[in-house]
Design a protein around this ligand. Structure first.
Ligand code: FAD
Length: 559
């Protein structure tokens, strides 16, 4: 039932990009009469933040394409009254008005509302370290930042570019710096304080991304936080905890964001434990007249139930629709986020959905993960490439908790299927049953998603036990490692101390395998070693299959 404009005459929106613009447009589609006023601190509304790195890199050549709407087009099409360069300074909840500062004239004025919507986004984290405010240290958040970065890079081509922060934006930017300076000799360095880049992915999965960065000439400094910067005659020196000094003439500092909550805090609205504005499932704050959405709020994680800040465009856009619905009397609810995310790093794509092992372990949620290396499509069809895939399930319920994939092709659709499966509460058994589209150029008759379900089922059915490569060193009793690959694979490398018996010879050479030691069996990707485990188990041996096999082990070991 859509509310007529009788009770709500005026909606004021703070922030005119992803969340704010979505609220405004849907609100207008639902209600022609309500007055909609939008305040945006910056000079642009409804722009494509996610496209900013690709304009800096030159892949999106036309800057105009990033500007989805202007104040004029929003007025014309949606009859929305947009004020740019207008910062909302405070909220008066009792009298229901906001105080706004026109940043061009410096004048302040009041705007009354029936309903207030907060979508002010997030702020880049800038820790109080020495030299953080030096000119030449940039962050990327909006069009103004993008323009400033491009101006600096165009005024003089840098010789050394340093990115601090190996998260999604940092890695996209490293890739795009390389794209921009493709023909020039520009040194790229990346500093990350954690042991690995891309914190949402587990360590087994990021090894390939780190290899790809190194392959593309990026100097990686991992597990080494920046402690400060100093000006040089011709640039900046960054210092790290381990004592490294990295000289650069351009620095991008993007180590993450924190929710922009200052307005909410000053107005006495409740802030959650993770620093975001607290909202209910209809995205209302504690004040029934004030909604909040996007990067500034806390939402619950759909898998863990934990409250957290998930700064992604998808949630902000969908929340915008819900806020407009609720204002108009439609009973919409936001159920929570999965943190589904993706990025391209040179020739590889990495994607993630749901919870990772680190989080599940921290929360004490029992989980089982399996690693596999399926082909992006039928291996006999040209262009097939191997992807690293991990599926995490809950042994008791067999429900899917998360998945991650890294590869050159086909990663996005597999993670999207798993995201849908998690949302629908599907189990590993459902994954084996899914009928997904197949022809050789696109997939295999057993899609990687089916295979992941089958492998997880095999483990749950006790057809095989698995050992994770990370746990290999921790295996306490002296074990017997068995390599069942072919000779040519063995020649390229093997796990030290392992005995080599190719799978095809295994039945005839069982006498060479000790019965008094735990056996760990591996092949290249895990499939042949599963066959070997089945032979061994049915001959009375106790054995475990090395999950992810030599591919995962070697990726971790080279890291
Ligand atoms: P925003 O879209 O940031 O909008 C908030 C606006 O509020 C800002 O323009 C700000 O100026 C304004 N504002 C703040 N305070 C005030 C005030 N007091 N008064 C008036 N106005 C105010 N997400 C993905 O899912 N995929 C991606 O590939 C991806 N890439 C990204 C790349 C970059 C470079 C960046 C910066 C972000 C990226 N994101 C991506 C994240 C995504 O853009 C955000 O999650 C999304 O924009 C959040 O929407 P929002 O409305 O909460 O905040």
């Amino acid at each position: 039932m859509i509310n007529s404009a009788n009770s709500i005459k005026k909606v004021v929106i703070v922030g005119g990009v992803a969340g704010g613009a979505n609220v405004a447009a849907r609100l207008r589609r639902l209600n022609e009469k309500v007055e909609i006023v939008m305040f945006e601190r910056g000079g642009y509304v409804s722009f494509a933040n996610c496209g900013l790195p690709y304009h800096i890199g030159g892949e999106i050549a036309d800057r105009q394409k990033l500007l989805v709407h202007t104040p004029e087009s929003l007025l014309k099409r949606f009859n929305i009254n947009v004020h740019i360069n207008s910062e909302v300074l405070s909220i008066n909840r009792e009298e229901k008005f906001v105080t706004v500062k026109d940043r061009e004239s410096g004048k302040e004025f009041e705007e009354y509302f029936d309903v207030l919507v907060l979508s002010p986004g997030a702020t880049p984290i800038r820790p109080a370290i020495k030299g953080i405010d030096l000119p030449g240290i940039f962050s990327l958040r909006d069009i103004h930042d993008m323009d400033a970065i491009i101006e600096k890079l165009s005024s003089r081509r840098p010789k050394n570019v340093l990115v601090v922060g190996g998260g999604f934006i940092g890695l996209e930017m490293i890739e795009q710096f390389k794209h921009r300076f493709a023909s020039a000799d520009v040194k790229l360095s990346l500093i990350e304080s954690n042991p690995h880049v891309l914190a949402p992915l587990d360590s087994e999965m990021v090894a390939r991304i780190e290899e790809e960065l190194i392959k593309n000439g990026v100097n990686l400094y991992l597990n080494d936080p920046v402690t400060g910067f100093e000006p040089l005659e011709d640039g900046i020196a960054a210092f790290t905890k381990s004592g490294e000094k990295i000289e650069a003439d351009f620095v991008l500092f993007n180590i993450g964001v924190r929710p922009e909550t200052s307005l909410a805090v000053d107005a006495g609205l409740e802030i959650g434990a993770r620093g975001g504005i607290k909202v209910d499932s209809q995205l209302r704050t504690g004040d029934q007249s004030i909604f909040a959405l996007g990067d500034c709020i806390e939402t619950s994680h759909l898998v863990t139930g934990e409250s957290g800040v998930i700064p992604l465009a998808g949630p902000a856009n969908r929340q915008g629709r819900i806020v407009a619905d609720v204002i108009c009397g439609i009973d919409s609810h936001y159920k929570g986020s999965l943190g589904t995310a993706i990025l391209r790093v040179f020739g590889l794509t990495a994607a993630v959905t749901g919870a990772n092992e680190k989080t599940l372990n921290r929360l004490g949620i029992e989980s089982q993960s399996v690693f596999l290396h399926p082909s992006s499509h039928a291996s006999y069809y040209p262009g097939a490439c191997s992807m690293s895939f991990t599926l995490i399930e809950q042994p008791e319920t067999r429900k899917i908790l998360g998945a991650q994939a890294v590869g050159a092709d086909g990663v996005d659709k597999r993670i999207d299927v798993i995201a849908t499966a998690i949302y629908a509460g599907l189990t590993i058994d459902d994954l084996t049953d899914l009928e997904l589209c197949y022809a050789p150029p696109f997939s295999s008759a057993k899609d990687p998603v089916n295979l992941a379900g089958m492998i997880a089922q095999n483990v749950e059915q006790n057809l095989v036990q698995i050992l994770h490569p990370n746990d290999l060193a921790a295996e306490n009793s002296p074990s017997f490692l068995l390599d069942v690959r072919d000779e040519d694979e063995r020649e390229k490398g093997f796990i030290p101390t392992s005995k080599h018996i190719p799978l095809n010879e295994l039945r005839g050479r069982l006498s060479e395998i000790p019965r008094d030691k735990p056996l760990i069996v591996y092949c290249q990707s895990g499939q042949r070693s599963y066959n070997a485990c089945r032979i061994l188990m049915q001959n009375g041996f106790q054995c475990k299959n090395l999950s992810g096999a030599y591919k995962t082990w070697s990726a971790i070991s080279s890291g």
